[in-house]
Every structure is written in structure tokens, then in C-alpha cells.
Design a protein around this ligand. Structure first.
Ligand SMILES: Nc1ncnc2c1ncn2[C@@H]1O[C@H](COP(=O)(O)OP(=O)(O)OP(=O)(O)O)[C@@H](O)[C@H]1O
Length: 256
């Protein structure tokens, strides 16, 4: 495979991860290319979500866990003791499987992070909220009801609101953990279209159980199996001519 000429935004080197004594990830090496969508696929329990959460230090909220190895973001190790975890999570935003808006107004959901970080106020904040809702393709649906509760939105709208909330923090990377698994097909295809759109401005890493989704939205696909990264490469190549037997078996539905 021809190596991409774009410098990687993330370089993972020799990453191991433990929940207590259980080693969930084994010696992972992976480069994530800037302004690409990278999909993480593999059967249930293979470590996709664990790996994703290591990219913004979310796993350290779980007691008894341990990380070895490096996750370099623009060349700086996220796990270096000097690095500020709050800044890491601002630069690397996340959208979860189930939409989880705050029980606040639509406006305040998006404004919450920028306010907390003193990033904007007044009309500047209004603009930030508008821009974020536009980027998540929700603005037209909510512009007249910004003061209404986010909990009144549909599941698909709530997920786009969560995306707007992440975007408002001006991240460089967006992590998505099965962002469409709770959504119907129409809401799913809107999110998929958005993901393709978002890579112009962001780098996206998405975990998905749905192989068609990985094939539709991603540039690069990484196949995980029992805590190991079996193969990573150009998405079309992974889905048509994988190098590894295990990848071939998984994508042809012979296991998992
Ligand atoms: N909080 C936790 N404590 C202990 N073990 C955990 C925890 N979270 C995950 N694991 C274990 O780590 C392994 C990897 O889990 P992970 O959720 O990362 O896999 P996954 O590929 O994302 O699975 P799925 O597709 O089902 O979400 C599994 O064996 C799982 O049981």
C-alpha cells in the first residue's frame, strides 16, 4: 500500500491497556491521517471502544485501569504528565452511542462548553452556537426553538445536537462511538452524510458495528480482533483485498 503523504495527526505507538489484570489491548501501532475518516471495526468485545477512549483519555475515568505506550497528538504524547487532560478533551471531542444532551435548552447545550472554558460570550457566543448547529446540519430545524429543551428533540436531532456541542469546542479530532446505533435509517444516513462533510474541517475516528457504514464513510479502516489490531489500510482495499485471513473472514461474515 502506498503510504499517505499527509502527516498523521495521531500516532499510536506500542499501546497496551489493562482493566485491572485483564489486558484489553495488545501492542497497538496506528497512524490516523488528518482530514480523513478512520473506521474501527471488529467483533463485539475486541477493544474498539477501549481504543477510541484512549485517544482522549476517557478511560482514566475508570478506576483500576492502566495504559502503556504512547498516543502522540501532533507529536506530543497525550499521556505525558505535563499534558492538561482538559485541553486534550477539548482538542479531541467525542460523540457517544446514545445521544446524551444535557437537560437544558438547545442553545445552552451548545453554549455550555464554550462558556465553561471562557471561549466566548454575548453575540460572539450566539455566532458560535449558530455555526456549530449549522456544521451539524441542525440549524434549520431548531433556529426558532433555541430556548426549548433539548430533550424534546428526536433521537437523530439529539445526536446532531451532541455533535454540535462537540464542534462548539473547536476540536481538531472528533471521536464517534457507534453514533448511529440508536437511530433509524433516515437519521443514520443524515449522520453518515455529515461525517463525510465534517472531514473537510476535522479528523474523524468512528467505531462502527456496521461494515457497510464503514465502507460508505471512511477512508481508512482498522480491523481489531481480541485486543489486537490485525490490519489497517485504505477502506476499499480492506473490503475487497484484505491481506489478513482474519480480516477476510470478518468482512465476508464468516465470524463475529
Ligand atoms: N469498564 C470495564 N471494565 C472491565 N473490562 C472492560 C470494561 N470495558 C470493557 N471491558 C472489556 O474490554 C474488552 C474490550 O471491550 P470494548 O468495549 O472496548 O470492545 P468493543 O470492541 O468496543 O465491543 P462492542 O463492539 O461490543 O462495544 C472486552 O473484553 C470487555 O469486556
Amino acid at each position: 500500500m502506498v503510504e499517505s503523504i499527509m502527516p498523521p495527526i495521531i500516532e499510536v505507538e506500542g499501546l497496551n491497556f489493562y482493566y485491572g489484570d485483564f489486558r484489553a489491548l495488545h501492542d497497538i501501532h496506528l497512524k490516523v491521517v488528518r482530514n480523513e475518516v478512520t473506521a474501527l471495526i471488529g467483533p463485539s468485545g475486541c477493544g474498539k471502544s477501549t481504543f477510541l477512549r484512549l485517544l482522549n483519555r476517557m478511560n482514566e475515568l475508570i478506576p483500576g485501569t492502566r495504559v502503556e505506550g504512547k498516543v502522540l497528538l501532533d507529536g506530543v504524547d497525550l499521556y505525558d504528565p505535563e499534558v492538561d487532560v482538559v485541553e486534550v478533551r477539548r482538542r479531541v471531542g467525542m460523540v457517544f452511542q446514545k445521544p446524551n444532551p444535557f437537560p437544558k435548552s438547545i442553545y445552552n447545550n451548545v453554549a455550555y462548553g464554550p462558556r465553561l472554558h471562557g471561549m466566548a460570550g454575548g453575540s460572539e457566543l450566539d455566532k458560535m452556537v449558530e455555526d456549530s448547529l449549522k456544521a451539524s446540519a441542525l440549524w434549520d430545524e431548531v433556529k426558532d426553538i433555541l430556548d426549548q429543551s433539548a430533550l424534546g428533540l428526536s433521537g437523530g436531532q439529539q445526536q446532531r445536537l451532541c455533535l454540535a456541542r462537540a464542534i462548539a469546542m473547536k476540536p481538531e479530532i472528533l471521536l464517534m462511538d457507534e453514533p448511529t446505533s440508536a437511530l433509524d435509517p433516515i437519521a443514520t444516513s443524515r449522520i453518515e452524510e455529515l461525517v463525510k462533510e465534517l472531514k473537510k474541517d476535522y479528523t474523524v475516528v468512528i467505531v462502527t458495528h456496521n461494515m457497510q457504514q464503514a465502507a460508505r464513510v471512511s477512508d481508512t479502516t482498522a480491523f481489531f480482533y481480541v485486543g489486537r489490531l490485525v490490519e489497517v489500510g485504505n477502506t476499499e482495499m480492506i473490503f475487497t483485498r484484505p491481506s489478513e485471513e482474519q480480516t477476510e473472514q470478518y468482512i465476508t461474515g464468516r465470524f463475529g
